[in-house]
Ligand binder design. Sequence first.
Ligand code: ZN
Length: 156
Amino acid sequence: MNIKELYQEIILEHGKNPRNLRKTDNFNKDAKGNNPLCGDNVHIYLKLDKKKKVEDISFEGSGCAISMASASIMTDLMKGKEEPEVKEIVNDFLGMIKENPELESKNLKDDEKTRLMCLSGVKQYPMRVKCATLSWHTLISAIDNAQEEINTEKLD
Ligand code: ZN
């Protein structure tokens, strides 16, 4: 099995059995996102503790395997991270999906980087990039209390 096949395997597995596909009890931040081109919808729920650390994060939604796998991998990875770390990781991930060859964040452990790199295969496909980044843009909207539904057609 080559690395590309391994990445696909992990995405399919997360797509079939998404982690954290539920609604967090007593969440204190949330946001919705929509990718109309593919029909992906997510609703991200966050519970930050007093120190702004992610106590819980979850999502509800439906869509293609890539959008669900991305939300699954993201929510798994963000648990226990502090708000500034979350933002930094989101920026790093978006940079990698768009142009950077590698992830550079010091807030990511090697195994976490490997899990995120599974999504790097979408780079060549602009339509799929929207699927992979939907939940990430939506997470930032939740953290910033933007109160605005993310629409991938209205992002750069
Ligand atoms: Zn999609």
